[in-house]
Design a protein around this ligand. Structure first.
Ligand code: PLP
Length: 373
């Protein structure tokens, strides 16, 4: 099985530890363990002591009943039985693709988006048609193109909503049209929803709620600020689909681990407080980014929704990869070159880091851009 290198991961693996001002990441500023525990109790030390008697066995295989229940409550139509814990959203995407696709199948994937969604299928011998995101449509795809691409042979449509790296959102009216097209030909829809917005949740229906053959993948890594737990999930209305995932899951993971499951439940139990913290941070940093871009001649942007990833367009002669490498070497500021998402001439800005890092990073980026033609 041949697979292409994962562009963004390769870039980050090589560069993130040497960055002084990391404004490349797509998590809303990560919580410390102490901060997370404080959401749950006034006395985190006492709380840790309570866990000293926890046996470090495998724990609950599919995720604890509390975890499955709390996740199912994020949806309108997903029973807790149809929630399976995964190793992050990465594990959820892999599980869905690996379980449902066979060599010779045909799928359609939003493109560019998260590379897993098209390069895993290709590595499995699947034919992938791209449903293109268009900058001239504010980083939306054109439904007319999907109508042209879809056929009775289409087995799955892969979406990334909100989209990495642009932060654009596929809203309910468009999603309903996609569902209608998929339903006509009996195709599954897999949606990586890891960039669930912190706000305006009514504009963000999960595919598992909209469609009986919809598969929602999400995790605690971005909107909930705890990527280090490595806890995600796959959720669907369909008991039959959940059983297929169960079968394949046994071959790819046993459990998420008792400690991580416990911390995941704490995160989900306290989601309102965590989201309130994150809403403030996203709003503040969104405004800083917008003002910064407004003052730049060499940078354009289609502002993201209230999600933690943004994509700038570089109006310079240097290619984006060389630019980002020189920027890091000379100033310690880290971005992700657009080239790593098949979006040359652009760069990802992870603007939801802590506000001081964002301000420092943008100031140095400003100075560096002055030297570029
Ligand atoms: C669209 C998308 N899906 C999944 C992931 C990985 O999520 P997790 O940490 O839950 O595995 C990322 C991380 O950058 C992402 O951008």
């Amino acid at each position: 099985m041949e697979i292409k290198g994962f562009g963004v991961e390769e870039w980050l693996n090589e560069n993130e530890k040497s960055a002084q001002f990391d404004i490349s990441q797509s998590t809303i500023s990560s919580l410390t363990l102490g901060e997370l525990l404080k959401f749950d109790s006034q006395n985190p030390t006492e709380q840790i002591t309570k866990y000293l008697n926890t046996k470090l066995n495998y724990g609950w295989i599919e995720g604890s009943p509390e975890f499955k229940q709390l996740v199912s409550e994020l949806y309108l139509r997903v029973d807790s039985k149809n929630v399976l814990q995964t190793n992050g959203a990465t594990g959820g995407n892999f599980l869905a693709l690996f379980s449902l696709l066979n060599p010779g199948d045909q799928i359609i994937s939003l493109y560019p988006s998260y590379q897993q969604l098209y390069d895993i299928p290709k590595s499995l011998g699947v034919k992938v048609d791209n449903w293109g995101l268009r900058e001239d449509l504010n980083w939306q795809p054109d439904i007319e193109q999907l109508k042209q691409l879809i056929s009775p042979k289409t087995k799955m449509i892969c979406l990334n909503n909100a989209q990495n790296p642009t932060g654009s959102l596929l809203k309910k009216p468009l999603l309903k049209q996609v569902v209608a097209l998929a339903r006509e030909v009996g195709a599954y829809i897999l949606a990586d929803e890891v960039y669930q917005p912190v706000d305006k949740v009514d504009q963000f229906p999960s595919i598992a709620d909209l469609y009986e053959q919809g598969i929602s993948v999400n995790s605690l890594s971005k909107t909930y600020s705890v990527p280090g737990l490595r806890i995600g999930w796959i959720a669907t209305q369909s008991a039959k689909l959940a059983d297929v995932f169960r079968k394949y899951r046994d071959y790819t993971m046993i459990s998420g681990g008792v400690v991580n499951d416990t911390l995941a439940c704490i995160t989900l139990r306290n989601q309102q407080a965590i989201l309130a913290r994150n809403k403030k941070l996203v709003k503040r940093n969104h405004e800083i980014l917008r003002k910064w871009v407004d003052s730049q001649e060499k940078v354009d942007i289609i502002m993201p929704e209230q999600v933690s990833t943004a994509c700038i367009k570089l109006n310079i002669k240097m290619d984006d990869e060389t630019f980002c490498q020189k920027l890091l070497d000379d100033t310690g500021v880290l971005l992700v070159p657009g080239n790593r998402f098949d979006m040359p001439g652009h760069a990802r800005v992870g603007y939801c880091t802590d506000t001081e890092t964002l301000k420092n990073g943008l100031q140095r980026l400003n100075e560096f851009l002055k030297q570029c033609q």
